[in-house]
Ligand binder design. Structure first.
Ligand code: GLV
Ligand code: GLV
Length: 329
């Protein structure tokens, strides 16, 4: 018998499971789907540690049920699914997986920029339909990228990396900061400029969202925000869906308020807001920002190392409530 019991709410790359098995009896949700909240609660009872997903809601009822819990490791960098204040009140450490998915998510934002600006998906559909009649001077005219202005909303790890990747395209870079602090990396390396949200909306040709979802960023992009953007501008979102009011986005795309959108995340995942999938000027991906081999493997091993540390009463590498540990010392 191993000392600890660990529950993993959905299969993750084996490398993470193997690490956990060195110290714990590990049970993995056998089905390739998210658990309902009731199933989640039923399954975590009597476990000492849980690795969960961004689709799992972790709050008071979860902590009540998992009464032996020594730690919860989120298999994601975003942690809007966790009530961190509640975990901290109960002195239960929780962790996320920053850093290891930065490049993959930044690259995904670029995939969306290229796809939506150059109408890649729309054109691909025509080719598959067998209706292409041959080259035409007015077919599938898209937007330019080189030399254009990129606006980064939330220049944290991913936003910074995404902006740095624009160097090959000689773009001007603007960014916003919720703390008001300058991003010295972006300013010194590519001459990026900290601007107000309004200036970013009015000036950027491409707006890329990298802010976490918080009460302050929910519906940050609504009809009023879209109306301040250029008609030729594109928006891409690889952060969290509810940062955009999707009804307002659908209207803005339909009315030509903005030129297009590239989305990896949605307001009501996995459901699509009515009208969204009928639009040609939108590219829609199934929340795959971190979905590369190395990124997902590194997320699994980081989440496992974090959970093992928490099981042992130690501070995990990437802790969301490190004060618990500082106060004890
Ligand atoms: C994915 O959305 C993540 O937050 O890691
Ligand atoms: C996430 O890791 C971010 O800080 O952008």
């Amino acid at each position: 018998m191993k000392k600890f019991k660990v529950y993993v709410t959905r299969m993750i790359p084996q490398e993470g499971i193997d690490l956990l098995k060195q110290v714990a009896e590990v049970t993995v949700n056998p089905e390739d789907r998210p658990l309902s909240h009731t199933e989640l609660l039923e399954n975590v009872r009597d476990h000492d540690g849980v690795v969960g997903l961004l689709t799992d809601k972790i709050g008071g009822d979860f902590f009540d049920t998992a009464a032996n819990l020594k730690g919860y490791a989120n298999y994601a960098v975003g942690f809007d699914n966790i009530d961190v204040a509640e975990a901290t009140r109960r002195r239960i450490p929780v962790s996320n997986t920053p850093g290891v998915l930065t490049d993959a998510t930044a690259e995904c934002a670029w995939a969306l920029i290229f796809s939506v600006a150059r109408r890649v998906v729309e054109s691909d559909k025509v080719m598959r339909s067998g209706t292409w009649s041959g080259w035409g001077p007015l077919q599938f005219i898209g937007g330019d990228i080189k030399g254009k202005t990129l606006g980064i909303v939330g220049a944290g790890r991913i936003g910074t990396e995404m902006a740095l990747m624009s160097r090959g395209f000689g773009m001007k870079v603007l960014y916003t900061s919720s703390s008001g602090r300058k991003n010295t990396v972006l300013e010194s390396k590519i001459g990026a400029r900290l601007v107000s949200f309004t200036e970013l909306l009015e000036t950027a040709d491409f707006v890329s969202i990298h802010t976490p979802l918080t009460p302050q960023t929910k519906h940050l992009f609504d009809a009023s925000a879209f109306s301040q953007m250029k008609e030729t501008a594109y928006i891409v979102n690889t952060a969290r869906g509810p940062v955009i009011n999707e009804n307002d986005l659908v209207a803005a795309l339909k009315n030509g308020t903005i030129a297009g959108a590239g989305l990896d995340v949605y307001e009501h995942e996995p459901h699509m807001t009515p009208g969204l999938t009928e639009l040609e000027n939108v590219v829609i991906l199934p929340h795959v920002g971190s979905a590369t081999k190395s990124s997902r493997t590194d997320m699994a091993t980081l989440a496992a190392r974090n959970l093992i540390a928490m099981l042992n009463g130690d501070q995990p590498e990437t802790c969301l409530n490190p004060d618990i540990f500082n106060e004890q010392n």
